[in-house]
Design a protein around this ligand. Structure first.
Ligand code: PMP
Length: 360
């Protein structure tokens, strides 16, 4: 650890191996947690200190804890994959560490050094190695997060924070089969505004998204799609995933305007697209373009991407006034090839020519 561990306390009663194997047979997403967690404290006078590896369990919380009232909290999500030789590797953890710093900066929180973020992940994965699934497509999802721990009701930045990493085995977000998603375009709600916190991975953005997602489900759709807050016409992102629009051999993703999350999967696919012979571009895409280009057939596929679910095809779109499908509504070839290229690097089936996988 780059911040020395002051306490190393392995669980006295970890989940018995038979029960762990039962969980690993069908873990779902975010339901089960490994035996341990890592915590590191920050205080204004001492900076980062008191790193601990302790059994997974509840954290004591003061009723006046500032996070509960004013939402000063940030998080990350990254995956550790089991390789064909049994070794373990995380996908681009440095990128998550850097985004964690950017999120913290936006929320007036201290920035955790990149190497400390990674060594905390390594310490947890090293301890809970047996929890990293070996079934194809399954992985260990790491959830680093940080929150204000100072009690007090005055609205200001906390002077104390706790950084925590927990881990959860997963079989993917939309589990199993590749079924095209149906999306609902939120026109009554906005997720993020210019100058706001949309580009930070902070709890309040997700709280703000829940009504839109509930509306999507009430409309019979899988996921909500967000538009920009000012003009209400530019497509930003979908739920907790970024979007790509496929025009034959050209793929386009909404540019980073400051109100959508700069996804690491998004950035990786922009890079990988060239390897597969596609032309990749960041641009503004309007809801109107989406509908018109679907109708005239120039828009051949749309897919969403993110750490939790990888690459997921979008088959149909619904708004208050219209409904249409993309391409033939089935997973397209470009979507499948992009998803496959990413999975092959992560699983170790393809060479990691860019050094994206970090052994743990
Ligand atoms: N947008 C939002 C709002 C998200 O929460 C996520 C998940 N982190 C993404 C996009 C995709 O980002 P990534 O590829 O880094 O997982």
């Amino acid at each position: 650890m780059t911040v020395p561990l002051i306490e190393y306390k392995p669980a006295s009663r970890p989940l018995p191996p038979e029960q762990r194997e039962e969980v690993l047979a069908s873990p779902g997403f975010g339901h089960h947690f490994t035996d341990h967690m890592v915590t590191i404290t920050w205080t204004e006078d001492a900076g980062w200190h008191s790193a601990r590896l302790v059994p997974y369990g509840p954290l004591p919380i003061d009723p006046a804890n500032m996070t509960l009232h004013y939402a000063q909290t940030v998080f990350e999500g990254l995956k550790v994959h089991r390789r064909p030789d049994g070794g373990l590797a995380a996908f681009r953890p440095e990128e998550n560490a850097r985004r964690f710093q950017a999120s913290a900066h936006r929320m007036a929180m201290p920035e955790l050094p990149v190497e400390t973020f990674i060594s905390a992940c390594e310490a947890l994965v090293g301890q809970d190695r047996a929890w990293v699934p070996s079934r194809p497509g399954h992985s260990l999802y790491l959830r680093p997060f940080m929150f204000a721990t100072e009690p007090g009701l005055g609205v200001r930045a906390s002077r104390e924070f706790l950084f925590v990493v927990i881990a959860s085995p997963t079989d993917g977000y939309f589990a199993g089969e590749i079924r095209p998603l149906s999306v609902w375009v939120a026109e009554d709600y906005v997720r993020a505004v210019p100058g706001g916190t949309g580009a930070a991975k902070t709890g309040a953005n997700y709280a703000a998204s829940l009504m839109g997602q509930a509306q999507a489900v009430a409309q019979g759709c899988d996921q909500v799609v967000w538009l920009d807050a000012l003009e209400r016409r530019w497509v930003e992102e979908m739920g907790a995933m970024n979007l790509f629009f496929v025009y034959g051999e050209r793929i386009v993703t909404p540019e980073l305007t400051g109100s959508l999350l700069p996804g690491i999967t998004r950035a990786s696919l922009l890079t990988l697209a060239g390897d597969l012979g596609y032309e990749a571009e960041e641009a503004r895409i309007s809801l109107h373009d989406w509908r018109r280009d679907s109708a005239d057939g120039s828009l051949t596929e749309v897919f969403a991407c993110g750490t939790a679910a990888g690459v997921a095809p979008v088959g149909s779109v619904k708004t208050a006034l219209a409904q249409w499908s993309v391409g033939d509504g089935r997973p397209g070839e470009v979507t499948m090839r992009m998803g496959e290229a990413l999975r092959e690097i992560q699983s170790g089936a393809a060479a990691d020519t860019r050094g994206w996988m970090r052994e743990m």
